[in-house]
Design a protein around this ligand. Structure first.
Ligand code: ACO
Length: 311
């Protein structure tokens, strides 16, 4: 690539200009965005599965209506993000097929099961909490369509986080059994939530370049620390215990010290061997196959309309 073009591109990024679809961009920038936005879109779509599992069994009509709305929002987020990816010259079908045959990833977190209603609260509180922590800075990302999608997504995501916190608050303040369920959900979701931010900075392959291009605004460890600092007081308020004996406020650093997740588990999960990877991909493959006749019908209709043969 022409060094002069690369330098001009970098100075636009440094000046906080947004890059738009028709602007010149380095091939690596385009590829990184397709990977990150595509993975993000897939996460929103696959992320519907663990929660949808509880729609029919939500404890009240109100909780059911809220959960239904939330799961629908996630579908919407996936669609905005697929549209943002399409502006980079890849079709939604192409990246969907890459998800379905395992060439593209989705967030590790959605490979853990939701075993009971407290898990739905924990997912909203912790998983959506971690997602917002990562997504708020992405509103300022350098690629225009991604940044604009993030602005809308963050508004909805903060509602999701609050509904989760409200559900877990109810459980934590309920009967001893309900409180035990809330604690158990926190125990199981704590480390997987910390893993959502990606590997530690020393093992993050893409961070340096992505931050230079302002595709990412923070490192994985920076955001993980912010998440811990924000969540510990929330757990204290709920009367729940973070399952980490090493968790401790460090006055010198002005942050909590905490234990790292088990990174071998993380790498195992992202290479397809988490508790639910097979189920999640099977569900997405089935949805894709079941929807084939709808896509074919829409294409046939569009073709008829184009050739003027619609009755
Ligand atoms: N789950 C699955 N894969 C992950 C995760 C994770 N939590 N974290 C990192 N990885 C993968 C990366 O995709 C990369 O693999 P690849 O090269 O095959 O794509 C590898 O691990 C190394 O990690 P990094 O170099 O740190 O990757 P990256 O710079 O892309 O950072 C991060 C990862 C922080 C997740 C970044 O992609 C990001 O901010 N994405 C946008 C947010 C997002 O996708 N959120 C989805 C979950 S939130 C939700 O859907 C509700």
């Amino acid at each position: 690539e022409d060094p002069a073009k690369l330098a001009a591109f970098q100075s636009r990024i440094d000046a906080d200009e947004k890059i738009e679809p028709k602007d010149w961009m380095p091939e690596g920038y385009r590829k990184t965005l397709i990977r990150q936005i595509g993975q993000h879109a897939h996460s929103e779509i696959v992320g519907q599965l663990p929660e949808a599992n509880w729609i029919t069994r939500a404890p009240t009509l109100e909780r059911k209506a809220i959960l239904l709305a939330k799961v629908q929002d996630e579908a919407g987020h996936g669609l905005y993000l697929y549209c943002a990816a399409e502006t980079l010259g890849v079709s939604r079908d192409e990246i969907t097929e890459m998800l379905l045959d395992g060439r593209m990833k989705y967030s590790s977190i959605f490979n853990y099961p939701t075993l009971n209603w407290a898990d739905v609260g924990a997912v909203g509180w912790l998983v959506d909490g971690a997602a917002i922590m990562n997504q708020v800075p992405l509103q300022r990302t350098s690629y225009g369509p991604y940044s604009r999608a993030m602005i809308r997504i963050c508004k909805e995501e903060s509602f999701h986080q609050r509904q989760g916190y409200d559900a877990i608050r109810k459980m934590a303040g309920g009967t001893p059994d309900q409180k035990r369920m809330a604690q158990d959900a926190l125990n199981r979701f704590w480390y997987p939530s910390l893993m959502m931010f990606g590997p530690s900075d020393k093992d993050s392959v893409h961070s340096t370049q992505s931050m230079k291009w302002k595709i990412k605004m923070n490192t994985n460890d920076e955001l993980r620390q912010k998440f811990v600092d924000q969540t510990v007081p929330q757990a204290e308020y709920l009367g729940l215990t973070i399952p980490d004996p090493k968790l401790n406020w460090n006055d010198d650093r002005g942050h909590y010290d905490f234990s790292e997740p088990d990174w071998s588990e993380f790498f195992d999960v992202i290479s397809g061997n988490g508790p639910c990877n097979t189920d999640r991909l099977a569900a997405r493959n089935q949805a894709w196959d079941d929807g084939k006749w709808v896509r074919a019908g829409l294409m046939a209709h569009a073709e008829k309309k184009r050739s003027g043969t619609v009755a």
